[in-house]
Design a protein around this ligand. Structure first.
Ligand code: AMP
Length: 392
């Protein structure tokens, strides 16, 4: 069966078309600048990349062009070959603890929680609505970034703030990157051939989160009410004391929205280094001895180590530490510096094996107390797998 995974953003729509008989990607691509001048699409198929500028006023335009291109480029011969469409949704709150098939009731629930992720959920929903119109008879699923974290207990997901804030406004930890952490968990299950293990999953990309997993279930995760919390990220601050907000607001004549925007977009690696949000640039500057890059890299490592150590204790040890996403998969130096700081937990890397990028590899030394892996994540495949499972 062929299944499309969709990740719709406010001005973009990414897709991957899978052949689920062997879980291979037939074609993938992105529609960009939807609703903005200069909109275009890129489709990768048969080892070639096709790019074209086209007017894309709405997400529906992107979906209609995508479906037209799938047949006109002979990626598939007929739209009947599409057995299902899976959609990524950023926030499912406590209404969704797993992926579900889309129906009117699900759409109503999504409508009721969209203000919890105002930049993402409404955009995700535009993608669903466009596909429901274009392919009304094809089953669709929604896969939530938050669902995997719904197993956290109350003690973990509540903040130490007035309890009524939780009751009245749903203020609590929801986490994110759940689809990625679940993919890592499934992969570790396959590797160890058991589902009884303690895993610390480190998704370190432009956004980053670390999750503690026991026997396949999330125990705790570093992101919070929104993806702003936790470790230091490309442009997000991670955990800060909220009391830093008023003096900056006053001194810079900024609104609370401006400051939240600064914490999301102008902080983290970008803000501290003043160089770039991309860890490749920071690594280069670090290797040249640039003091701000050294400070940034060290702080970045420290925040990851803080969370791994916290979760090691929370889980009562760890069988596996897994590194994934852009930085986690591709930066041997980052993994080396993190694991060096975990030496007191008898974590030991094999330097040669660690010299790997983007490939499933066990990188710990044979005598390491904890197995350390690089596991390339695949959220799109997880969405397609869930969709297939629900259709079955
Ligand atoms: P992601 O959000 O998972 O797509 O990760 C994107 C980030 O991965 C980029 O912003 C870079 O910071 C980082 N990245 C990608 N390739 C490398 C690399 N070879 N070395 C270090 N960082 C990398």
């Amino acid at each position: 069966m062929k299944i499309i995974s969709i990740n719709a953003g406010s001005s973009s729509l990414k897709f991957s078309l899978f052949n689920m008989d062997n879980e291979s990607v037939i074609a993938s691509g992105v529609f960009e600048r939807i609703g903005i001048d200069g909109s275009c699409y890129t489709i990768k198929f048969n080892g070639e990349k096709y790019k074209e500028e086209v007017p894309l006023k709405t997400h529906a335009d992107a979906v209609n062009i995508l479906l037209d291109k799938l047949t006109s480029m002979h990626i598939i011969e007929s739209l009947d070959e599409i057995g299902g469409v899976g959609h990524r949704i950023v926030q499912g709150k406590d209404l969704f603890d797993k992926s579900v098939l889309v129906d009117d009731e699900v759409m109503e629930k999504l409508e009721s929680i969209k203000h919890f992720a105002p930049l993402h959920n409404p955009a995700n929903m535009l993608g669903i609505e466009a596909f429901r119109k274009a392919l009304p008879n094809v089953p669709m699923s929604v896969v939530f970034d938050t669902a995997f974290h719904q197993t956290m207990d109350e003690e973990t997901y509540l903040y130490a703030v007035p309890y009524e804030w939780y009751e009245k406004y749903g203020i609590r930890k929801y986490g994110a990157h759940g689809t990625s952490h679940r993919y890592i968990t499934e992969t570790v299950k396959d590797l160890l051939k058991t589902d009884k293990f303690k895993l610390i999953s480190c998704h370190i990309g432009n956004g980053g989160s670390i999750t503690a997993i026991k026997d396949g279930k999330c125990v705790d995760t570093s992101m919070g009410f929104t993806p702003l919390a936790g470790i230091m990220m490309g442009t997000r601050s991670g955990d800060v004391d909220p009391s830093i907000i008023p003096p900056v607001m006053e001194a810079e004549n900024k609104t609370i929205d401006d400051i939240i925007n600064d914490l999301n977009k102008n902080s983290g690696v970008l803000g501290l280094s003043g160089i770039s949000s991309d860890m490749r640039d920071i690594e280069d500057a670090y290797n040249e001895g640039n003091p701000r890059a050294v400070l940034t890299f060290n702080k970045y490592v420290q925040r990851i180590v803080d969370y791994i150590a916290q979760y090691y204790v929370r889980l009562g040890g760890a069988d596996v530490i897994a590194f994934t996403a852009g930085v986690g998969e591709n930066s041997p130096i980052l993994r080396k510096l993190v694991c060096e700081k975990l030496a007191c937990l008898e974590v030991k890397l094999d330097e040669e094996k660690n010299n790997v990028r983007g490939k499933l590899t066990k990188i710990s030394a044979d005598d390491s107390k904890v197995a350390v892996y690089v596991i390339p994540t695949d959220e799109e495949l997880m969405i397609a797998r869930d969709t297939l499972e629900l259709i079955k």
